[in-house]
Design a protein around this ligand. Structure first.
Ligand code: ATP
Length: 306
């Protein structure tokens, strides 16, 4: 087993009665990255995470954490994992600092550990406030602080920004995105929002109806699915030929055309080129594929995972 992966699953499967919630998935989560586990509600994300954490047993398949499979000493490896899976259980009548103190004593860690994590999650000013006075975002950050107290090498987070207000989301995102750099922690997080994962992760796995449809670097995924510039123009076939000649990659699209691998600056350039060549441009629209479109293409294409 290659140990540059913090999580590997082989044929991981879970059924509930006759229902197959997770269907033989092979995850490979590299060390030192933020990996987004992406899929719509009910796709099997939580079930997979629960199996990875040994909270429920797989019906079939294996989980390897830090290169080793689960056995009786699994708890030693789980001790290196920080988690935020169910909604955080915090004591509302205690301060943030006191909540951390309870766990610090349990884990027998030095007192300095508390200030370190409060600083990390940006709660150093609010450490002495009662948790019941915390906003949802602050509670989530405190939950993260609890998960980080033991200096885990891997963090596993189930929908970490669920239910947060926009400013809370922003803070948590930055915190998570920088985690490999700031603390050397690898992160595996689930989300049902592509836009969200894009802001935090460098690697993705896409799950739908219990199947892993795609896994790889986010940059490679973006290359595969856009953005594209949709161009509505008279004589689209001739316009496509003219743009190809100028070196653009073109895909025809019904009665218009799409220019692949573009950005906003390219839109102006393409517009000018078409006008110069005497075409009438009716509309230009930069389009980023949505998660739904990717699912459609992935499920429609033979073979599934790339
Ligand atoms: P969400 O984002 O809504 O949490 P998810 O991707 O995490 O979705 P899971 O919670 O893993 O999805 O659920 C996957 C499927 O398995 C769902 O159809 C769910 O109803 C079913 N399921 C999960 N746990 C159980 C259980 N204990 N008994 C029966 N069915 C279950």
């Amino acid at each position: 087993m290659v140990s540059e992966y913090v999580i590997v699953t082989e044929g991981l499967t879970r059924t509930f009665g006759a229902f197959q919630a997770v269907k033989g998935i092979d995850l490979q989560v590299p060390e030192g990255v933020v990996y987004g586990f992406l899929g719509p509600n009910g796709a099997g994300k939580t079930t997979t995470i629960r199996m990875i954490l040994d909270l429920i047993h797989p019906t079939a398949g294996k989980v390897y954490l830090f290169g080793e499979s689960f056995d009786r000493s699994a708890w030693q490896r789980l001790a290196k994992v920080g988690t935020l899976v169910e909604s955080p259980s915090l004591y509302p009548h205690l301060t943030g600092h006191e909540n951390l103190e309870v766990l610090r004593r349990l884990l027998d860690l030095p007192k300095a550990a508390i200030d370190r994590v409060l600083r990390l999650v940006g709660l150093e000013e609010a450490g002495d406030k009662l948790v019941r006075q915390y906003s949802l975002g602050m509670q989530q950050r405190l939950a993260l602080a609890l998960a980080l107290l033991n200096e885990p090498t891997l963090l596993i987070l189930d929908e970490p920004t669920n239910g947060l207000d926009p400013s809370g989301i922003q803070e948590i995102r930055t915190l998570i995105r920088d985690m490999p750099k700031t603390t050397g922690t690898s992160v595996f997080l689930s989300s049902h929002l592509l836009s969200e994962v894009e802001l935090m992760a460098t690697h993705v796995g896409i799950i739908q109806q219990g199947e892993l449809l795609y896994q790889g670097e986010l940059a490679a995924m973006k290359k595969r699915w856009g953005p594209v510039l949709r161009v509505s123009v008279d004589r689209p076939a001739e316009a496509a030929a003219a743009l190809s000649e100028r070196g653009w990659k073109i895909r025809s699209n019904g009665n218009g055309l799409e220019v692949l691998s573009v950005d906003e600056a390219a839109a102006g350039e393409i517009n000018r080129a078409l006008l110069q060549d005497g075409f009438q441009v009716r509309q230009l629209h930069l389009h980023q594929a949505s998660l739904e479109e990717m699912f459609l293409e992935l499920t429609g294409s033979a073979g599934g995972a790339a």
